[in-house]
Design a protein around this ligand. Sequence first.
Ligand code: GLU
Length: 242
Amino acid sequence: MCGIVGYIGQRKAYPILIKGLKRLEYRGYDSAGVALISDNRQLNVYKAKGKVSELETFVAQKDISGSIGIAHTRWATHGEPCSVNAHPHYSSSERFALIRNGIIENYAVLKEKLQAKGYVFKSSTDTEVLVQLIEYMKVANQVDLLTAVQLALHEVIGAYAIAVLDKNNPDEIIAARKSSPLVVGIGKDEFFLASDATPIVEYTDKVVYLQDGEIAVIRRDKTLEVVNLDNVLQNPEVRTVE
Ligand code: GLU
């Protein structure tokens, strides 16, 4: 299980995400990627096989604007290490982008169901199945992203830490965990997200360690909200780290 970083706030997200990925390099990985909602509201996903520095080279001439983003270092379990299999993964319509640590045990069954409904897959990862399932839940039930994530996660067997972006909402990151760590850092008018506190501590000492089955609703200029899969509000403990 590898590295997750996220940011939403007033600053440029890209440099924070890249620095965060570098702080997580010690965990080992085979590819890296980043998704940003740009200043002109595009959901840009950039990915590269190899080191974070190779991602930086790949991104050099691209639009890296935006004050919201998620980034990932992948340790391949389903599908070879390559840029197509690297995270973030888009949903079919490219409205949603998702990063994930962990393994979805029932991904083959879910994938077959989605393929039967016409969903086309670009990668061989279990992760792309989840972002497609979230989009399916969103469209089929006409619900908001949080509800779509809750419905999708009810179907999933396995371990995960995820973060999702919606192109149409540059003010929100939805993040969830089960058996794979995820930490939210609370700054002044900004939030950080990471698979451990290392990328966060230089910005804030206030953190929430998500518990299993919890979903963080991270909204620009709002208080952090944590709910469970059944949408019951949780009472997260804000800890101060050294
Ligand atoms: N199972 C996922 C994949 O192969 C996640 C890997 C990870 O935890 O980095 O893409």
